[in-house]
Design a protein around this ligand. Structure first.
Ligand code: PLP
Length: 415
């Protein structure tokens, strides 16, 4: 990167300049064969991405939101159903649920992982649902609860063993929102091996929005699954419900991913594993810099069963707005993912939630800051970020009474 002063939150220029020739060749190939929609580049990418995720199938679609919607529909979610997810996620998670005709219901997150808390999920299923004629009904709405969408937020997988056990007990479909977790891994104690994100639920959704760990030069997404029927239905849904040209078995959507984007994604996919390694190194470096500095911020917690791919590097601090303003003045980019929990968004007024309904989500939404994180981030840049945070926190520490900060070592670790 050329700038000596500013540190961007995300650098999307450098990684593409590196492969400019290869990326241009994709465009040229599409031009010269006029294969713009479908064809060999799409199929090639689908095979490559399925093998990267260790699944049997991948279906390329035009966004992560469509991937999630198609996976839910193909997984059997019906209009009127309830789908359980977390309020601490991007709104696309719940948009896809609503677009499938279902209604989202929320379960709070774990304060350490920022992903769904299996204890809260069990509490919800045992206490806020009731079984009638072999069907699980939400007490809140009386509607059938049929699926769970665990979100692998910030690049770390949710505690899938616990989620899958509950899903099996209550006959729920599990659709992973892996839009931030390409290549993340989870150690299943039940199977005694590591699993890739997208390979544990009945199906999963990925996004290739440019800023994601694997990003297109435009919009894109994919469904991964080991279920041939789900893959088949997703292929129909993305293409107006047709199994064969002009034979429409169902009504579908225009949700295809164009071949230029899949060609670009194939070029970039070859580097994804090493980019993820670099993100993990950057995260380890942040952690050791923060530890050495003694500054009072909460760094991300990675349980022994998780290999996160750090789509975002999120810390927590008391004066988040102050810290972000300070970083901004120092020319350092930062972000909040996400500032307003979904249950308190205007779009979900009709669900009639109130502040206090999901206290962990609400608390962390006020404390989280995402720091610059991308594979090409340098050690020197990270040192500057941490140095500026130390400057701010040390000035601030003098202004307020110290309160003991939460630490994962003190928390009761549940399996
Ligand atoms: C990006 C994202 C999506 C949606 O992906 P798009 O490709 O933008 O439609 C869904 N869920 C989460 C958690 C995301 O981060």
């Amino acid at each position: 990167m050329s700038q000596s002063q500013g540190i961007p939150f995300l650098d999307l220029v450098t990684p593409h300049l590196e492969f400019e020739q290869e990326l241009m060749a994709v465009f040229q190939k599409a031009l010269r064969t006029a294969s713009f929609i479908g064809g060999a580049m799409v199929e090639g990418f689908e095979q490559d991405f399925a093998s990267f995720c260790q699944t049997e199938h991948a279906v390329a679609v035009n966004s992560g939101t469509d991937a999630l919607r198609f996976a839910l529909i193909a997984g059997g979610v019906k209009p009127g159903d309830v789908v359980v997810t977390v309020p601490h996620t991007f709104i696309a998670t719940t948009e896809a649920i609503s677009q499938a005709g279902a209604q989202p219901e929320f379960v709070d997150i774990d304060e350490r992982t920022y992903n769904v808390d299996p204890i809260q999920l069990r509490f919800y299923l045992e206490n806020q649902c009731t079984e009638k004629d072999g069907q699980l009904l939400s007490k809140r709405t009386g509607r059938p609860v049929t699926a769970i969408v665990p979100v692998h937020l910030y690049g770390q997988m949710a505690d899938m063993d616990a989620i899958l056990e509950l899903a099996e007990r209550y006959h729920l479909v599990v659709i992973e929102d892996a839009c931030q977790a390409h290549g993340a891994e989870y150690f299943s104690r039940n199977h005694n091996r590591w699993f890739k994100a997208g390979s544990m639920g009945q199906a999963a959704a990925f996004s290739f929005y440019p800023g994601k760990n694997l990003g297109a030069c435009g919009e894109g997404g994919a469904i991964t699954t080991n279920n041939a029927n789900i893959a088949r239905v997703c292929k129909m849904l993305r293409d107006h419900g047709q199994a064969k040209k002009y034979y429409h078995d169902i009504e579908g959507y225009n949700g295809r991913l164009d071949s230029i984007q899949t060609g670009i994604l194939s070029v970039k996919l070859k580097h994804l594993a090493s980019w993820n390694d670099q993100r993990r190194e950057r995260a380890a470096q942040y952690k050791s810099l923060f530890e050495a500095s003694g500054v009072k911020v909460q760094t991300p917690w990675e349980p022994s069963w998780s290999r996160a791919v750090y789509h975002l590097y999120v810390i927590r601090t008391e004066d988040r707005e102050g810290l972000m303003a300070h970083l901004g003045k120092a020319g350092i980019g930062s972000g909040i993912h996400y500032p307003i929990p979904l249950h308190l968004q205007k779009a979900y007024e009709s669900l009639r939630h109130k502040a206090g309904d999901f206290p962990v989500t609400e608390k962390i939404a006020e404390e989280i800051v995402s720091l610059p994180m991308f594979p090409q981030l340098t050690k020197e840049q990270e040192e500057r970020v941490v140095e500026e945070i130390c400057k701010f926190e040390s000035v601030n520490a003098g202004k307020r009474v110290e309160t003991a900060s939460w630490s994962p070592a003190q928390a009761n670790v549940t399996a």
